[in-house]
Design a protein around this ligand. Structure first.
Ligand code: ARG
Length: 387
């Protein structure tokens, strides 16, 4: 029997995929990746077995997710189309990598996922796996199976006695991990419609946010956050904690029209309090410690880094080269940022670093001034001379 490793979420699509792959003659190994989506993994594991998986892997990838995917992206300053902090996009190459490991362990020659043919995630899963092991085959049941509607899929699930919970299905398509939540479809497909409050889960509305600001101090060591309010936390807890603080203040909601890889524009809602806070703080610290040319050049790198991440090109040579560049820029990105969170806003209000390039005696208009203003005259003459 041919063996396939299926990236399994426990939802209707991947549950039907288990049976569908079996119908096609595959021995199905289900792989459940815990990237902080806060599900009942024991329950999902049971469901996979009941549906017909011959073996189930449940792996907690949260730490690796934050250390090797989230933090490098923050250090790079990568944001797709100035809005998307890439929570979903970052989880895919990680899941694909472990899917490949499991395939090797299980001597499986085929991988499968539950993505549709219209999204980015199919590309990220398949390109990543191909880059890591070009010999592996891919099957995407949702692109080729016979079900045209959700109702047909539910009929199939019922006929095959697949244990699914269809009653509590929301009209939205939601992807969640530790780093953020992505919401699509339903009424959101009309770009003119304001997102209804019910779609949000980890952030409160601005109206419900406290009437008093919350201040936090975030400490970075070489571009990685290490402490909140002087308390050392591990990388996963930093994200949890910032999601809590940010979410309670209504920070981190994004409403975007986004250009997907397959050419479609789509309406996307994101909730990512921790990501929002970390980007703002990290950027603020870089502003203090990096020289002007590095800072400006790095913005172009950030843009490319975001595109490569979004496009499923995480494991490509260029992305790895950019990592090397970013690493070198982060040597001085150590220091503390004080932030004020208030009614959906997150604003840096204080910054300090032992590597600060800010010199008060040069900037001041007060008594301590050491800047020789007479030098400006010659500087300006030469600066404009070529033109
Ligand atoms: N547009 C985002 C991306 O491509 C999020 C996709 C989220 N998926 C979902 N089923 N809601 O990364």
């Amino acid at each position: 029997m041919k063996k396939v490793v299926l990236a399994y979420s426990g939802g209707l699509d991947t549950s039907c995929a288990i049976k569908w792959l079996q119908d096609k003659g595959y021995d199905v190994v289900a792989f459940i990746a815990n990237v902080g989506q806060q599900e009942d993994f024991a329950e999902i594991e049971k469901r996979a077995m009941k549906t017909g998986a011959s073996k189930v892997y449940v792996e907690d990838l949260q730490k690796e997710f934050v250390d090797d995917y989230v933090f490098p992206t923050i250090r790079a300053g990568a944001i797709y189309e100035n809005k998307y902090l890439l929570a979903t996009a970052l989880s895919r190459p990680l899941i694909a990598k472990h899917q490949v490991y499991i395939a090797h362990k299980e001597k499986a020659k085929t991988l499968a996922h539950g993505c549709t043919g219209k999204g980015n995630d199919q590309v990220r899963f398949e390109v990543t796996a191909k880059l890591l092991d070009p010999s592996l085959e891919q099957i995407a049941p949702l692109r080729i199976w016979e079900f045209k509607t959700r109702e047909e899929e539910i009929d199939y699930a019922q006929a095959k006695k697949i244990p699914i919970n269809v009653t509590k299905k929301s009209p939205y398509s939601i992807d969640k991990n530790l780093y953020g939540r992505s919401i699509e479809a339903g009424v959101l497909e009309d770009p003119w419609v304001e997102p209804p409050e019910e779609i949000y889960d980890i952030t409160v509305s601005v109206e419900k946010a406290p009437n008093k600001p919350t201040y936090i101090e975030l400490e970075f060591l070489e571009g990685r956050p290490t402490k909140i309010d002087e308390k050392s936390l591990n990388s996963v807890d930093i994200i949890h904690e910032l999601n809590k603080i940010g979410g309670a203040n209504g920070v981190g909601r994004v409403d975007a029209i986004e250009n997907r890889l397959v050419g479609i524009k789509s309406r996307e809602i994101y909730e990512n309090p921790a990501a929002t806070i970390l980007y703002l703080a990290h950027q603020e610290l870089e502003g203090l410690v990096l020289d002007r040319e590095t800072l400006h050049y790095k913005q172009a790198i950030a843009q490319k880094y975001a595109e490569l991440t979004y496009y499923g090109l995480w494991e490509t040579p260029l992305k790895h080269q950019l990592d090397a560049y970013v690493n070198q820029t982060q040597e001085r990105v150590t220091g503390t940022i004080r932030l004020r969170l208030y009614k959906g806003n997150c604003v840096p209000v204080g910054r300090k670093s032992k590597f600060s390039r800010y010199k008060e005696e040069l900037a001041t208009y007060g008594k301590k001034d050491v800047f020789d203003q007479k030098l400006a005259e010659g500087f300006i003459k030469l600066w404009g001379m070529p033109f």
